[in-house]
Design a protein around this ligand. Sequence first.
Ligand code: MLT
Length: 239
Amino acid sequence: IPYINEACWDDLAHKTVIVIDVLRATSTIVTALAHGCEAIYPVETVLEAKQLKQEHPSWLTGGERSCKKIPGFNFGNSPFEYLDDQFAGYPIILTTTNGTRAIRKAHRACTILIASLLNGRACASEAAALNKDIVLLCSGTQDVFSFEDGICAGQIIEELYGAVQGKDVELHIDDFGLSMLYAFRHIQPGMTETLLHCSNGKRLTKLGFREDVTYCSQMNLIQLVPIVVGDRITALPVR
Ligand code: MLT
């Protein structure tokens, strides 16, 4: 498991990369696609988002800077804003401080999947079926490791063990991955409390987004796996 400032970007060509930003970008992406959104266009900067919007005036815009909605955008980065079908048929251009940046940075990978605690099991099962080396890319916050992303990586590793059980496959997990697996096993019964205690959880709570943290702490609520193809994210068809 590398995190964003450690990932070896040139080395991804034959690998499956799973991008994780539990609080909140990848939780929001999974939620939006599970509620009727047909495609999300992740971009790194607000300027890029505005340019894309100019080219496609009917598309919607979402995202945050400093966790707050960007002025003039349709939505912020709270998963609760993406829970109804208001955007069915309208692609969303999304820019967030860390999550969409990590997604764009992974573009050299053979396959890019999007994970959060909400869809960890579904994502692990798809990644296992692809039968390639897997890189769990923790977005972190401003190039610094975030605990909740590491915990989600631990959840995915746990689910990968389940996905390959009974098959002739041996998992080789690096030491950081093992640390996250054991941390996940330890804190799993108190996931919500743990997320509320980590620095992003505290920051979001202070800004009035406590319910977002609680929502994002739910494991395997959604059986959908977002995949990045070209410049857009869509839901993988269910197997
Ligand atoms: C990000 O991508 O930086 C985060 O999702 C920030 C946030 O929680 O809004």
